[in-house]
Design a protein around this ligand. Structure first.
Ligand SMILES: NC(=O)c1ccc[n+]([C@@H]2O[C@H](COP(=O)([O-])OP(=O)(O)OC[C@H]3O[C@@H](n4cnc5c(N)ncnc54)[C@H](O)[C@@H]3O)[C@@H](O)[C@H]2O)c1
Length: 332
């Protein structure tokens, strides 16, 4: 077992602490949160806790940090962990600019440290099946992805919450949910090259926007149409269209309390086939993949190029939403 510290004990940090109780690769040895109330939550569960990140970085028993902090802090916290020789699992998005993503990825590579990322949707069984069908060549050449990840969990957030700030959460729903869809698209379609996006505040008090539509173009000529809203009830759908067939994965409920998925596959000349999937612990599977990589058992499945590609698309979407027009992504 590798030993890890969870940094940030808000919504997601607490989720990760609970998941780690069942991990086969990671032992939680320490938690950190700047908020004394969050630290109290840790003390009640008899977890070692402090309010200072440096305590985790200087703890020789800590092999890895798991960053569950606001987005604008990720880049600095990753680089501090590298300087301290700790492996890093960073919640999404890795950074907010492509330049920072390259800096983080290269720093980890130079130091021989594993960089994991909170894109657990890759580990959902129907997405793994979609990926298997694509990799087998059965679906043919990829043409286009259509994907939607929308929810209404943030409607009651106070106006000063970091999730409503342009600094931490530019382009409204993009860093919350849209980024998961971009990661999946990059993992299938490869490097992104351009994006055009519109963000509006149409149906809520979420001042950085509640409605995102984005079209991302990839180097291979394919597209991903990304829809993400924060003012409508949960909906999750990911569809890959290829020249011999298509696959669509639909979530039955929000992934936080998953009720499983339906996968529909249609090959040319055949009727569409449906298959039901029960809920599965995708967050834990991602953390264990990170633990396996730190222990040297297998490479972490999200590659450095994919980490950078996802943030390149994020930055292009944010820039397009702010300034209008199509924004080209410069290859890293
Ligand atoms: N993978 C997923 O599906 C998923 C889901 C939800 C959130 N997230 C990600 O998790 C991260 C945290 O989101 P959240 O919803 O839990 O936010 P949150 O506001 O609920 O929690 C953030 C916590 O970090 C603490 N914090 C802030 N600065 C800190 C610092 N310098 N050192 C230590 N603690 C610090 C805050 O006090 C707070 O408790 C974000 O990156 C978010 O995108 C991922």
């Amino acid at each position: 077992m590798i030993k890890a510290a969870v940094v940030g004990l808000g919504w997601w940090g607490k989720t990760i602490v609970r998941q780690l109780a069942s991990s086969r690769t990671i032992k939680l040895v320490r938690t950190v949160d700047v908020d004394p109330n969050a630290a109290e939550w840790a003390r009640e569960r008899k977890l070692a806790v402090s309010t200072c990140y440096a305590d985790a970085l200087t703890d020789p028993t800590v092999d890895a940090v798991i960053l569950c902090t606001p987005h604008a802090q990720h880049c600095d916290q990753v680089l501090q962990a590298v300087a301290a020789g700790k492996h890093i699992f960073c919640e999404k998005p890795l950074t907010l600019t492509q330049r920072d993503a390259v800096t983080c990825v290269e720093a980890c590579q130079r130091a021989g440290l594993v960089l994991g990322i909170g894109h657990e949707r890759r580990f959902e069984p129907p997405i793994l099946e979609l990926r298997r069908l694509f990799d087998s060549g059965e679906l043919g050449t990829p043409l286009q992805i259509e994907a939607n990840f929308s929810q209404d969990k943030f409607l009651s957030l106070p106006a000063d919450n970091w999730r409503l700030s342009a600094e931490n959460a530019p382009a409204g729903p993009m860093t919350a949910t849209g980024i998961h869809l971009i990661d999946l698209a990059v993992s299938i379609l490869g490097p992104p090259r351009r994006a055009v996006a519109h963000v509006g505040q149409l149906g809520s008090q979420l001042s950085n926007g509640d409605t995102l539509g984005a079209l991302v173009g990839f180097a291979n000529g394919s597209n991903a149409l990304i829809s993400a809203m924060l003012a409508t009830p949960f909906v999750g759908r990911f569809a890959l269209y290829c020249n011999r067939g298509w696959v669509e994965v639909v979530d039955k409920a929000h992934p936080e309390a998953s009720e499983g998925w339906t996968l529909t596959k249609c090959l040319r000349g055949s009727k569409a086939e449906r298959r039901e999937y029960p809920p599965a612990a995708a967050v834990l599977a991602n953390l264990d993949a990170f633990g396996d990589a730190v222990a040297g058992r297998m490479p972490y499945p999200v590659t450095p190029a994919e980490l950078v590609g996802t943030i390149a698309a994020l930055e292009a979407i944010v820039t397009s939403a702010r300034n209008g027009g199509t924004v080209e992504s410069v290859p890293a």
